[in-house]
Design a binder for this molecule. Structure first.
Ligand code: TYD
Length: 210
């Protein structure tokens, strides 16, 4: 059985997740937890190779279904090789993106369908779900401006409408799962965002004591 805590971080590209992931790690470590940070796509040797295929700007011919299955493949490897074993050892696993990303990007924005993408990911993860998901709420018009042009990857170069669809799907998902997905307004000062995240984490730990 799982003993650890599985926390995922979601949001649009350029939402400022990385800075806050460091904050969460430190916060949880100060409370005596061992914390493992990982990311998707990637997180494992094989997963990082899949990531390179997915984000390569030259891969214009990639089909939407191929994309969805590659994200799920990277995830399957990640869950079995890294996430589950760490949770069994009692770690807090902090993951930059998970299934919700696929639902928002491939299901919503690529229009493959929420249910279909949910289904392939259920197969990929064996049904593993986060205990908590923090969604960095920032509209695409603001978040995309933060990404330096030379760093833009294959998905980030999509049009603004694509990112609007991603955003709207995330919002719909958070309404559907209010207990798991907590929104944090990310168009503010770093310290203000950290304060909100801290409150979410304190509540999570309180709920777990029950
Ligand atoms: P990410 O690592 O967050 O990008 P960066 O390091 O540049 O901030 O994510 C890479 C891209 O992959 C991002 O545009 C979102 C996309 N993505 C999906 O479309 N589906 C998924 O399931 C995942 C995990 C990511």
């Amino acid at each position: 059985m799982e003993k650890g805590i599985f926390i995922t971080i979601e949001g649009l590209d350029g939402a400022g997740k990385s800075t806050q992931i460091k904050f969460i790690k430190e916060f949880m470590e100060n409370r005596g937890f061992q914390v493992l940070i990982s990311r998707e796509p990637g997180g494992t040797y094989i997963g990082e190779k899949i990531r390179d295929i997915l984000l390569d700007r030259e891969h214009h011919e990639m089909k939407d279904m191929t994309e969805a299955l590659l994200y799920a493949a990277s995830r399957a490897q990640h869950v079995e090789e890294l996430i589950k074993p760490a949770l069994e050892k009692g770690y807090v696993v902090l993951c930059d993106r998970f299934v919700d990303s696929s639902i928002a990007y491939q299901g919503g924005a690529r229009k493959l369908g929420i249910e279909k993408v949910r289904e392939i990911n259920k197969f990929a993860t064996g049904g593993l779900e986060p205990d908590l998901t923090i969604f960095f709420d920032i509209p695409p018009e603001i978040s995309l401006e933060r990404i330096p042009l030379e760093k833009v990857d294959r998905l980030e170069q999509e049009k603004i409408e694509f990112h609007r669809d991603v955003y709207n799907t995330y919002i719909a998902l958070s309404k559907e799962n209010p207990d798991r997905i907590k929104l944090v307004r990310a168009d503010r000062e770093i310290s203000e965002i950290s304060r909100d995240i801290k409150n979410v984490l304190v509540k999570l730990m309180k709920d777990m004591e029950k």
